[in-house]
Design a protein around this ligand. Structure first.
Ligand SMILES: [Zn+2]
Length: 213
């Protein structure tokens, strides 16, 4: 068991966490480091790391910290992404999702970090969970990212229904429209001679008679 001391976080130091209501645990031996890092701004990753360890040692405290910790771990994950530490960000986003399964921003970000680690299937599972809990109007990015992942895996026929759902929201995203045309192209390639869409695999274009492939 570690020896813990509790610090009060200054208010407005973590985005969208108006005023931390709880004291945050830091191991006594880490206090010197905390005080040193504090000079440069809030040492969010140290606080998150310590809280993670604390909740592991004291599972009885999880309920007390649940709401604030979910947000703090989410912010820590974002900071890891900015530091280009995808693996660490996955750890924090997973913690955030574990504490608050309805926290959809953490899930979308978890999916993106899993993508960076080439864990495509896991990323898709997270996007699908967002799609199950949210609407396409609010969370079309999850639909789009899921479709993108599916296309990268060579599954455009699974990506297309998702893209059609997103299309109905007329998203203001250049990337989306590119992805849609790429997917259409994959499913129905165009004739290189006349540009007509080719329905099935044939040796000649039905429109211009040009030889294909
Ligand atoms: Zn043709």
């Amino acid at each position: 068991m570690s020896e813990w001391v509790f610090i009060e976080l200054p208010s407005n130091t973590i985005a969208d966490l108006s005023a931390p209501e709880l004291p945050y645990p830091i191991r006594r031996e880490k206090m010197a480091l905390y005080d040193e890092l504090k000079q440069e701004g809030l040492p969010l990753l140290l606080i998150a790391e310590e809280l993670d360890r604390y909740l592991e040692e004291q599972p009885g405290r999880v309920e007390r910290y649940r709401r604030e910790a979910a947000h703090l771990f989410f912010c820590a994950g974002v900071e890891c992404v900015m530091d280009k530490c995808a693996e660490e960000s996955v750890h924090y986003f997973k913690l955030a999702v574990w504490l608050d399964p309805a926290q959809l921003p953490a899930r979308v970000n978890l999916g993106m970090s899993l993508h960076l680690l080439s864990c495509g299937e896991e990323a898709i599972a997270q996007y699908r969970e967002v799609m199950r809990r949210g609407t396409v109007w609010d969370w079309w990015q999850a639909w789009m990212l899921c479709a993108e992942e599916l296309m990268a895996m060579g599954r455009p026929e699974e990506a297309m229904p998702l893209l059609i759902e997103v299309k109905a929201t007329v998203p203001d995203s250049h990337r989306f429209w590119e992805l849609l045309s790429e997917c259409e192209q994959k499913l129905n390639p165009a004739c290189p001679h006349c540009g007509a869409r080719l329905k099935a695999k044939t040796r000649f274009c039905g429109e211009c008679g040009g030889k294909l492939g």
